[in-house]
Write a protein that binds this ligand. Structure first.
Ligand code: SF4
Length: 326
């Protein structure tokens, strides 16, 4: 059976951007693949952070993932820092990773440009990512387009380590990307990717009233000034949200109503709110069950860590043996 690994940073409650960009796909994948989903809290400390906030965000994220449909009976849901082998393997991989490969990473260059003092953790972030994946010898990694370069580096690291320490056997498989079907989701400001820090999100667990309060003023086609102006759906973020949440027939209808000025934007947003509601009702239902029985979140985390450590220890036994640490 295919083994997949994917990680998510604990950066606040889940929003529909995380959900459509990654988590919804995970929920589908757990049906047919051996799935490991990891809350990557060591990655979250490569930028300034509050320890108390990290603690609560980790738990909120575990809660959100279970509410979204990650099923601990099918998938291994765990927290990175509960499995110390991640950082052990990352250190080992640092010793086979050329500095130039890390400095060429686009995400590093972009983030480093915005900082006065660049920490080594930011540079080595993709090495820890390689360790996350290869620790479980995962063959497939669901990723967004922005992570493809990091995954390529994981393959380079696997190849280099294999060549040096396991030349007769491919100890680490070279993980392949599985591109997430939904493209990146823009925020309600229509300007940037949906992100909690930009305040342009729809929370996965928000009420219908809260969602409508955000949708109503959300940015649409900027050239559609009067109700009677025909719009261009392709340039409107609300249309793209319809494509993510509404049935294909509804999406087609939206395009016609927009381009002929049959609907105003509020009409269009009301239909979107209904589509979002249809998607979120079962998620809210599972969240209510978890609220009634909060120990299920901690139990799932503990059980996930125990399962992950069995695999991690097995890999590290092989690594230590081949590297002369036994
Ligand atoms: Fe966007 Fe809908 Fe308004 Fe067209 S009618 S501009 S798709 S909100």
């Amino acid at each position: 059976m295919t083994r997949i690994f994917s990680g998510i940073q604990p950066s606040g409650e889940l929003h529909v951007g995380n959900y459509l960009g990654a988590v919804k796909n995970w929920v589908a994948l757990q049906q047919g693949a051996e799935s490991l989903f990891c809350i990557v809290d060591y990655h979250a400390i490569t930028a300034p952070y509050e320890p108390m906030l990290l603690r609560s965000r980790r738990r909120d994220l575990a809660f959100g993932l279970l509410a979204a449909g990650i099923d601990p009976a099918r998938a291994t849901l765990f927290v990175q820092s509960d499995v110390p082998e991640h950082t052990e393997l990352a250190w080992i991989f640092n010793t086979v990773t050329p500095l130039g490969e890390l400095e060429r990473q686009v995400q590093f260059k972009e983030k480093a440009q915005r900082q006065d003092s660049v920490l080594a953790g930011l540079l080595n972030y993709p090495v820890l990512q390689a360790a996350d994946i290869l620790l479980y010898r995962a063959d497939t990694v669901p990723v967004g387009e922005d992570q493809v370069q990091h995954l390529e580096l994981s393959r380079v690291i696997a190849r280099r380590w294999n060549a040096q320490f396991a030349p007769d056997a491919d100890f680490f498989p070279e993980p392949q990307p599985l591109l997430t079907p939904t493209r990146r989701i823009m925020g309600l400001d229509g300007q940037a990717k949906m992100s909690k820090s930009l305040g342009n999100t729809i929370g996965l667990l928000e009420s219908p009233d809260e969602i409508w309060a955000k949708l109503r003023p959300a940015v649409t086609d900027p050239k559609r000034i009067r109700r009677t102006d025909p719009g261009t759906p392709e340039v409107c973020n609300i249309y793209h949200l319809h494509r993510a949440f509404s049935e294909p027939a509804t999406v087609q209808h939206v395009a016609v109503q927009c381009s002929t000025a049959g609907w105003g934007c509020i009409d269009c947003k009301k239909v979107l709110a209904e589509s979002i509601e249809t998607e979120l009702v079962p998620i809210r239902g599972r969240a209510a069950q978890l609220m009634a029985e909060p120990s299920r979140v901690d139990d799932a985390r503990a059980a996930g860590a125990a399962k992950a450590r069995v695999l991690a220890k097995e890999t590290m036994r092989g690594v230590r043996d081949r590297m002369g640490f036994d």
